[in-house]
Design a protein around this ligand. Structure first.
Ligand SMILES: NC(=O)c1ccc[n+]([C@@H]2O[C@H](COP(=O)([O-])OP(=O)(O)OC[C@H]3O[C@@H](n4cnc5c(N)ncnc54)[C@H](O)[C@@H]3O)[C@@H](O)[C@H]2O)c1
Ligand SMILES: [Zn+2]
Length: 349
């Protein structure tokens, strides 16, 4: 029998399970997991994208109850208020009631947008995440952050709405384009770097990611979310590499790098910066560099010009930033750094 990994996200009455099993969908077992979540006769609304649906949508033929399917154009460009309006229209046409069920099927884009639609439809309906990218499996499908973008910034309109279940089947990754796969790998390496030495080493293994490694990353995120659901404190450690990463993404107008590539470059800068500051154990940046290189993620971005974008970042405090730095692998720390100090040290990295 195939191993069935299960991670519980412990949030009181909003607790849920993340099932991780290679072959879960091909076996047809997944439909049995969904059935108890929708009352008989209630509608099921699937939110997906055209690419994912063309490749894997036939799996839903097994769903025994009436369903409506909404597919958006693939990519970040679909995470808009306009698209959200169309999803509400599809929910209305399907007669989705408060006892219905929304299923998001795809990467972080259908997941975030479909999740936000579920959070707001009739003041909240239950939803299930079925992630199909590595990024969505390891990161975005767990934790309840849902959002859309507006022209003023990414993820500015959103809600915390935890899924009722997450069904994660690494078999979907077989069709994922190489670059998208690597982008997800960056978040996996990030998780290893903030979680513990053994997981960090595991993320450096060559070859396709093992279900056990993925499950360990999900378990770590689940623990962090359970301790700090709304990111008042500890959950911020998940942003390791992201302050620099977001600045890199913005510098190139979100065109040159994927999110994961920018985060990879950002982790390296954060580690070098931490070493200069005397917070991070010497040699940590070199270790991160080696693991990134092994996964085809070595992106050497200089820190030149990034400060301006960091100042524009909406999460930035008045006179400086709260940076997630590592004391060493597995020991993240949030360190407030003033812009003047940041500017001085950034010249050196
Ligand atoms: N909610 C959170 O906590 C959280 C965390 C991290 C990122 N995010 C969000 O996630 C989004 C990025 O997610 P993403 O990288 O998954 O992007 P995505 O959903 O756009 O997917 C990337 C591409 O891969 C394709 N694809 C998906 N699954 C596939 C498969 N199995 N085979 C072939 N192609 C497939 C899609 O069609 C798309 O073209 C961003 O909007 C980001 O803000 C959210
Ligand atoms: Zn990220």
């Amino acid at each position: 029998m195939k191993r069935e990994g299960a991670v519980r996200v412990d949030l009181g009455e909003r607790s849920y399970m993340v099932l991780v099993r290679e072959g879960l969908f091909a076996s047809g077992d997944w439909a049995a997991h969904l059935a108890p979540l929708a009352a008989p006769g209630e509608s099921l609304a699937v939110v997906s994208d055209e690419q994912v649906w063309a490749l894997h949508g036939r799996l839903f033929d097994q769903a025994v109850w009436g369903k409506a399917v909404f597919c958006m154009r693939p990519g970040e460009g679909s995470k808009t208020l306009e698209m959200l309006g169309k999803v509400y229209g599809a929910f209305a046409a399907a007669g989705l009631s408060r006892n219905g069920l929304v299923v998001t099927f795809g990467g972080g884009v259908p997941g975030d947008l479909g999740g936000f639609a579920a959070a707001t439809w009739m003041r909240g309906v239950r939803f299930v995440q079925i992630p199909t990218t590595l990024l969505a499996m390891a990161d975005s499908s767990v934790g309840g952050k849902t959002a859309v973008d507006i022209p003023e910034g990414k993820n500015l309109v959103g809600a915390f709405h935890q899924p009722a279940m997450v069904l994660c089947d690494p078999a979907f990754l077989k069709t994922l384009p190489e670059r998208e796969y690597r982008s997800g790998m960056a978040e996996i390496i990030k998780t290893g770097a903030i979680a513990r030495e053994s997981l960090f080493l595991e993320t450096g293994r060559p070859g396709p990611i093992r279900a056990e490694t993925l499950e360990s990353c999900i378990r770590f995120k689940a623990e962090v979310v359970a301790a700090d659901e709304k990111e008042g404190g500890r959950r911020r450690i998940l942003n390791f590499g992201h302050t620099f990463g977001h600045a890199i993404e913005a510098k190139y107008r979100f065109e040159k790098y994927t999110h994961g590539e920018a985060v990879a470059a950002g982790m390296l800068l954060a580690a070098r910066f931490g070493e200069r500051l005397g917070v991070t154990e010497k040699g940590t940046a070199a270790r991160i560099r080696d693991v990134l290189a092994g996964q085809g993620l070595l992106i050497e971005e200089s820190s030149a010009g990034l400060l301006d974008y960091m100042k524009l970042d909406k999460k930035t405090a008045a006179g400086g930033v709260n940076l997630v730095l590592l004391k060493r692998i597995g020991e993240p720390e949030i360190v407030p750094v003033g812009f003047a100090e940041l500017e001085n040290l950034m010249r050196e990295i």
